[in-house]
Design a protein. Structure first.
Length: 437
């Protein structure tokens, strides 16, 4: 079975994991090398001391009178071995010769013949059996033990681990901060608002990326401004020949051809105006944001339609005062309401505050609606639904596109969906800057 390694999703966590694992492995290798060197040094020192101590102790016991030897055993005892004045415990011949046995043989093996046995039990150890010059038995009971660790060593290791984690976090934070700033600037990049100028200070790579981003913003702004000026110039230049053609059509004799020509000229003029309006909505509005009571704003909009005899109703309350561009907001809602009136004869507006703090304004109708396959395309510029938006209705395919661009300029979003029971629901989501009335 193949086990796939699943990396963390964020770059910060990946870098932290790589740095932390690398530092821990490096620290482990360093500690292992130091511990091994300490072990070898301590072992060589211990074996050297063992040879000297065993040869001295056996020489002392050999020269002492037999009745005094027992009193010296306590003084000759060491942490890992002791001396017994008997044959020792029964054991088995040793299969593997520890290095301590070799040291003992080197120290006293030439003068005192000896045997070595393994002693079974909860703590396995071995004994060295020999006889003194007077034939008295002596047993060296050796209990091997690991080299003790200093009590402060675990605390030092924990401190080093904490320091590595802190350094890793700091390094990753410093490395990720410019990337986070760049991502935030890209997310907030909006031709309808003032450009966010990135700070071009810092490391060479960061400064270069900031300069490139600022240059890109300037190029986009210049391109959009040039397109706006181009469309405005085309609109201005087209107005003159269209007006001239309308004047000439006025002097023509009444006929069906004159009516067709007049309708075509009116459609051309309307299309030019809508094209310029769309260009302005893409480029962004210069209108300043103002604090607006959303409920009063919607009441005014609906009353204007009702004064004109239109069937437009408003439901719900938001109790919100928001910072927005009122003219742009009005145009979005007028475009959506006009569409509902055009295809359904009536429109219903519903406003409410959402749990995430945003505000929702829905414009709903009971018209023929839009096919599911068309919903994703109707907000594209110049796109018309064949069965409803045709030349006879006067649609240019720009109304919803303009509404969507203005919704983005307001910091919100516009979505279309089917309404339960038939019809269309256009929902405008706005950021909620709530305040008391």
């Amino acid at each position: 079975m193949n086990l796939a390694i699943r990396w963390p999703r964020t770059l910060a966590s990946r870098l932290s994991l790589i740095f932390l694992i690398g530092l821990i492995l490096a620290q482990a290798l360093s500690f292992g090398a130091q511990y091994y060197e300490r072990y070898e040094s301590a072992k060589n020192t211990m074996l050297g001391n063992l040879e000297t101590d065993v040869s001295t102790s056996i020489a002392i016991l050999d020269r002492l009178p037999a009745e005094e030897r027992a009193s010296w055993l306590k003084q000759l005892e060491r942490r890992n071995y002791r001396y017994l004045l008997d044959e020792g415990s029964p054991g088995m011949p040793m299969s593997d010769t520890p290095i301590a046995v070799t040291s003992i043989k080197d120290a006293i093996g030439k003068d005192y013949p000896m045997t070595v046995t393994d002693i079974p039990g909860p703590i396995k150890h071995f004994q060295v059996h020999l006889k003194l010059a007077d034939g008295s038995p002596v047993t060296i009971d050796v209990r091997p033990a690991m080299l003790p660790l200093s009590p402060w060593l675990p605390m030092v290791l924990l401190g080093q681990l904490a320091l590595m984690i802190a350094c890793t976090w700091l390094a990753v934070k410093i490395a990720i901060r410019p990337l986070t700033r760049l991502a935030q600037a890209v997310e907030t990049l909006d031709p309808n608002t003032h450009a966010v100028h990135l700070d071009e200070k810092g490391p060479t790579e960061v400064a270069h990326a900031a300069k490139a981003f600022n240059a890109m913003q300037a190029r986009i702004a210049a391109y959009l401004k040039e397109r706006m000026q181009l469309l405005a110039a085309i609109s201005h230049d087209l107005q003159t020949p269209i007006t001239r053609m309308k004047l000439r059509a006025e002097f023509m004799d009444d006929s069906s051809e004159k009516d067709k020509l007049w309708n075509d000229l009116g459609e051309m003029e309307h299309l030019v105006r809508e094209g310029v309006a769309y260009a302005r909505s893409v480029h962004g509005s210069t209108e300043e944001s103002r604090r607006t009571d959303l409920d009063s704003f919607l009441d005014s909009l609906v009353f204007d339609y009702q004064d004109m005899g239109k069937d437009v109703q408003l439901s719900g309350k938001s109790d919100a005062v928001i910072n927005t561009r009122p003219h742009a907001l009005r145009r979005v809602l007028v475009n959506l309401t006009d569409n509902a009136l055009k295809f359904a004869g009536a429109a219903e507006l519903w406003v409410e505050s959402k749990a995430d703090g945003s505000l929702s304004v829905k414009v709903m109708d009971r018209g023929p609606g839009i096919a599911e396959a068309e919903l994703a395309h109707v907000m594209e510029p110049f796109y018309r639904v064949e069965n409803s938006r045709n030349r006879s209705t006067g649609g240019t395919g720009l109304g919803l596109a303009i509404a969507q661009q203005l919704a983005l300029a307001l910091g919100g979003s516009l979505t279309l969906s089917h309404r339960e029971g038939g019809g269309l629901c256009a929902e405008l989501r706005l950021p909620g800057s709530k305040a008391g009335r």
